[in-house]
Design a protein around this ligand. Structure first.
Ligand code: IPM
Ligand code: MG
Length: 383
């Protein structure tokens, strides 16, 4: 079976990391008889240089049409301050990601935290608090609506006088001398129900409890969220449901085993919590992420880590987060054997002591510290 995937190589060290992640994906998918063909859909500052837009319309259209995107991170502070200073709307992180999430209705953002015992010493947590393989923390962030899209989505509901009096503006229209500014946050019942059901199904399949994160003690939309979580939970009597306030969930990030389960959280809460959780992995470079539309199957695979611009062109950035995102992608496109093989290969590479610079603590033999390309080759050889 042939599978076309839209490829965004991205900025900074993105292209170096994506080159090795793509090679690993192509090789691993062969185990399931899947032939992956990447089609370039350039986005980010690299695309701006060529097309005058960080989200060129033809790239956007084609990526949406293809429906499966392998997304290297976009963004580079060097351009944010120059071209981005004059044209802030071009800053690619929000421009590209939010447009793709919205257009493709990517409701579910999976951010599984995979704790590798070999990286334990790099974690900011006390060693005895680092979980072993038994602890699973699967964040499923609600990736639409909420504060991220409120003003944009609800703009037309309000007459101009009301918008002015409430300070409802789009980000691009903010001048800075407003007396009041408002970001509208909203959840639609139908969407939250669909999301919760998907999260519960996932928890059920994995035999994990569902931890629903909210701020129901203060906010009405989270009171609503909690009621829906409880109602949908009734459909899954075999999945234990726990409600957790977001502030206390944040404190529990320092004791990961207390957040063992599928963690359901709103868009903004999920953004913040998942980075905090990833810090415990030892390096942000180890985080993987997928965004999925549960109705159409449209999906985007990215890494939580950024573009590592300071390492660009030096063959130093850690590609493992991208490679692990490729495993999520393979599982999604029907190549589960390849997905499993990638995850196992990463584990073996780390077990045998191979490290990119960000994963080295200074105690490793220097000949075990390898670059982006060599790390890709190691993973390939362990496939
Ligand atoms: C993430 C990022 C994005 C977000 C930004 C770059 C738009 O932080 O995927 O977590 O806030 O969702
Ligand atoms: Mg984030």
């Amino acid at each position: 079976m042939k599978k076309i995937i839209a490829l965004v190589r991205g900025d900074g060290s993105g292209p170096e990391m994506m080159a090795v992640a793509c090679a690993v994906a192509v090789e691993a998918a062969k185990k399931d008889g899947v032939e992956i063909v990447f089609e370039e859909t350039p986005m980010g500052w690299c695309a701006y240089k060529e097309y005058g837009d960080t989200l060129p319309p033809q790239s956007f259209k084609r990526a949406v049409e293809i429906g499966t995107i392998f997304f290297g991170a976009v963004g580079d502070p060097a351009f944010d301050n120059t071209i981005g200073g004059e044209k802030p709307e071009m800053k690619p992180e929000a421009r590209c990601l939010l447009a793709l999430r919205k257009r493709m209705a990517l409701l579910l953002n999976f951010r599984p935290m995979i704790f590798y015992p070999e990286l334990r010493h790099l974690s900011p947590l006390r060693p005895e608090l680092i979980p072993d393989w038994v602890v699973k923390q699967i964040f499923i962030r609600f990736l639409l609506q909420d504060t991220y899209f409120g003003n944009l989505d609800l703009m037309d509901l309000f007459p101009i006088e009301i918008r002015v009096s409430l300070g409802i503006k789009l980000k691009k229209d903010v001048i800075g001398d407003e007396d009041m500014i408002t970001d509208l946050a909203y959840f639609f019942r139908e969407t939250v129900e669909k999301y919760m059901r998907a999260a519960f199904i996932h928890a059920q399949q994995l035999g994990l409890p569902l931890i629903s994160v909210d701020k129901a003690n203060v906010m009405s939309r989270y009171e609503f969220w909690r009621k829906i979580a409880t109602k949908i939970g009734g459909e899954f009597p075999d999945v234990p449901l726990r409600h957790q306030f977001v502030d206390s969930a944040n404190a529990l990030l320092f004791v990961p085993e207390k957040l063992h389960g599928v963690i359901a959280c709103g868009n903004e809460h999920g953004d913040i919590l998942s980075d905090g959780a990833a810090a415990a992995l030892g390096s942000m470079g180890m985080m993987c992420s997928s965004a999925i539309n549960p109705d159409t199957g449209a999906a985007m695979f990215e890494s939580g880590a950024g573009t590592a611009p300071s390492l660009a062109g030096q063959d130093k950035a850690n590609p493992l987060g991208r490679i692990l995102s490729a495993a999520l992608m393979l599982r999604h496109i029907g190549a589960p054997v390849g997905a499993e093989a990638i995850e196992k290969a990463v584990m073996l590479v780390l077990r045998d002591g191979w490290r990119t610079a960000d994963l080295s603590s200074g105690t490793e033999c220097s000949d075990k510290i390898i670059g982006t390309r060599a790390m890709g080759e190691k993973v390939l050889s362990y496939l």
